[in-house]
Write a protein that binds this ligand. Sequence first.
Ligand code: PNS
Length: 158
Amino acid sequence: MSVAVACPGSFDPVTYGHLDVIERAAARFDEVVVAVLVNPGKQGLFSIDERIALLEAEVAGLGNVRVDRFQGLLVDFCAARGIGLVCKGLRAVSDFEYELQMAQMNMAIGDVETVFLTTSPEHSYLSSSLVKEVARFGGRIDHAVPPRVEAAVRAKLA
Ligand code: PNS
């Protein structure tokens, strides 16, 4: 049986923490669909097309990973693609409460299971929000995002 998983998120922008989870999911499941949330109510640093382009460039070497977008409920995206499993990273206990709620909600409304991969320790402090904040004030982000993403962040903030 072939198992596909969705890795959903905002990815504004993708960090080494996201990539760690995507790569480890790709090694364990047959197909990984990275699902970028389109949230018209929230202005990000990057447009959805820009986020997708950055993600696609970073996962280009992973043959079983593709990048897609979704608006609305994650369970509807999963149902439309025949995906029954969501894969997410857990950085810390602080992530757990909300992630547990979302996992249980997705099970209740869409019969979609969630599996968690614990984020590798070297990436557990990373978030897209912190990357943007540090970059805005001129701090280093090379430990947090790949060179292509760093260049894109710097260009946006210039
Ligand atoms: O990277 P983020 O912002 O932490 O990702 C959150 C995301 C996109 C996974 C979550 O907000 C989501 O699934 N949104 C889609 C709307 C939805 O399905 N809401 C109900 C979740 S229980």
